[in-house]
Design a protein around this ligand. Structure first.
Ligand code: SAM
Length: 261
């Protein structure tokens, strides 16, 4: 349970060098303190995408090479699942560093196919821009992220908590929306998708009722490169696909306006 989770007292306390070593100098090492202007530019880099309840991380792996300069973070409450994602990122980083260095690692996909060609090319960014953290996203989100830090926040196939007495456990609620609005910048986007119609209606109802969010029209979503990955990149999305289930998508823009954590 939560007592084993550690939260930074504030976003400034967060040591991102563990997560994104290419972008943040290690804390407390003198050689990094005066490493020049490029270094201070790196330090100002911030996580911009958060995948809440990222599961096995399929969305993050798909988005990392598409936005190689954008730092993205998965938040996942299950220990073993978080570890799985962390291990996967570490392996991808090594593989892509080897590819970038011209060392061809053993490729485990059949020769000639699309996956083979993709695996032979180092992905832009080499997965240095993606990481995962074990956290209960329903608690202390403003301890990790500053006001207006995020440009995208994802809720993909969240746990439905069907029973009425369990609804308070749902990841979208009036109280939590105030936190999401706080960490999202104006113009930032909340992506929600689920195969559970009742949960979809619940999320829409709460987002509609919250004055700082505005629904994004389907025509605009059709032009958003992220949306197809929201539908298909995660393990849960693939499972729904195999079962031939319906997917309900609803995305909202964070409007300009004041908010408190
Ligand atoms: N988004 C992934 C996908 O589409 O495959 C995973 C979906 S899975 C149904 C929901 C995930 O949310 C689980 O991995 C669960 O452990 C995680 N989760 C549930 N509550 C959470 C919380 N409060 N904070 C962080 N993660 C949570």
């Amino acid at each position: 349970s939560d007592h084993t989770l550690h939260y930074p007292a504030s976003p400034a306390e967060m040591d991102w060098s563990i997560h994104y070593p290419k972008y943040f100098p290690l804390r407390g090492t003198s050689e990094n303190l005066d490493a020049g202007p490029s270094n201070s530019a790196l330090i100002s880099k911030k996580v911009e995408f958060a995948d809440v309840g990222c599961g096995f991380g399929g969305l993050l792996m798909a988005l990392a090479p598409l936005f190689p300069e954008t730092l993205m973070l998965g938040l996942e409450i299950r220990v073993s699942v978080t570890q799985f994602v962390a291990d996967k990122i570490a392996a991808l980083r090594v593989q892509h560093q080897q590819l970038a260095d011209g060392i061809i690692p053993e490729i485990s996909v059949p020769e000639g196919g699309e996956a083979y060609l993709a695996a032979k090319e180092a992905a832009p960014g080499g997965y240095q821009n993606v990481s995962v953290i074990r956290a209960n996203a329903m608690k202390f989100l403003p301890n990790f992220f500053e006001k207006g830090q995020l440009s995208k926040i994802f809720f993909l196939f969240p746990d439905p908590h069907f029973k009425a007495r369990k609804h308070k456990a749902r990841i979208i609620s009036q109280t939590l929306l105030a936190e999401y609005a706080y960490v999202l910048r104006p113009g930032g986007i909340v992506y929600t998708i689920t195969d559970v119609e009742d949960l979809h209606l619940w999320m829409v109802q709460h987002l509609e009722a919250f004055p700082l969010f505005e629904r994004i029209a389907d025509e605009e979503l059709a032009k958003d490169v992220v949306v197809e990955h929201v539908r298909t990149a995660t393990e849960e999305g693939k499972k729904v696909e195999r079962k031939g289930g319906e997917k309900y998508l609803a995305c909202y823009r964070r409007l300009d306006g004041p908010t408190r954590p």
